[in-house]
Design a protein around this ligand. Sequence first.
Ligand SMILES: NC(=O)c1ccc[n+]([C@@H]2O[C@H](COP(=O)([O-])OP(=O)(O)OC[C@H]3O[C@@H](n4cnc5c(N)ncnc54)[C@H](O)[C@@H]3O)[C@@H](O)[C@H]2O)c1
Length: 277
Amino acid sequence: MNYTEGYGLLKGKKGLIFGALDERSIAWRIALACKREGAEFALSNAPVALRLGSLDALSKETGASVIPCDVSKEEDVEALMLKVKDELGGLDFILHAIGMSPNVRKSKPYTDLDYKFYHQTMDISALSLHKVLHFAETTETINDGASVVALSYIGAQRIFSKYSDMNDAKALLESIARNYGSRLGHRGIRVNTVSQAPTITSAGSGIKGFDAMFEFAEKMSPLGNPTADDCADYCITLFSDLTKKVTMQNLFHDGGFCTNGISEQMISDLAKLHESE
Ligand SMILES: NC(=O)c1ccc[n+]([C@@H]2O[C@H](COP(=O)([O-])OP(=O)(O)OC[C@H]3O[C@@H](n4cnc5c(N)ncnc54)[C@H](O)[C@@H]3O)[C@@H](O)[C@H]2O)c1
């Protein structure tokens, strides 16, 4: 067995993957890695995303069915879980890779947010994890020993100005993951968030100033920014049986960014700026 063939880490496991829109999406890369590792899964996204995106191609490539669900609608989430239960029998892993802020999209400054948009940001990007877990439990779709991963960003701990209300959404998302992790542990179910570095995707590049955030992180991280495929490999370990006792954690996947104060690269770049003044 080698890396391209996979290690069979998810053989026999059934999953549900939210958030694949196009081939740059982190969820898309994770779906391909899940397939490589032997999992069987369903894909889900909002009806509008299914019309605009290219999920059919991923469905063909992986053999996964596509089930529409707008996570802001409780009835959609419940119906999705029942459908998944019918198709796959139960879930051993769930990936939540959903994020959207109308305030960020419309470049509303944090001190002048549109509150209707603010609710939408929280609902879609954070409360949706609560809904997914709630209906996964009430419909008895989630199996004992399952692993749930939601994608987060360091804006939950430190403020990145252009990330605006998404900083708040990620803080709430991580808190919901901890709360549910604490309540589902008796069934061996683990719930974690993976805090990924800036990654060039549709949601990522929709943020004004994203290029600067990406470059800053790249220069500050000893290992450099991880790609969406790197993130996929990390998530595979979390879905696998190799991490059965990891829960309620926010796991940084950022090349060391969150722990580094300043890098040699940044010092030399800033020195060059001063020299040219
Ligand atoms: N790209 C980055 O720099 C970065 C960094 C850290 C974390 N993340 C997180 O990774 C996750 C995936 O984002 P991505 O960068 O791959 O971008 P993406 O745009 O490919 O994925 C975001 C997904 O959310 C879905 N979505 C939006 N509203 C929805 C709704 N109402 N119902 C169901 N789905 C809905 C979109 O259709 C899309 O598929 C997000 O949670 C994002 O915040 C991204």
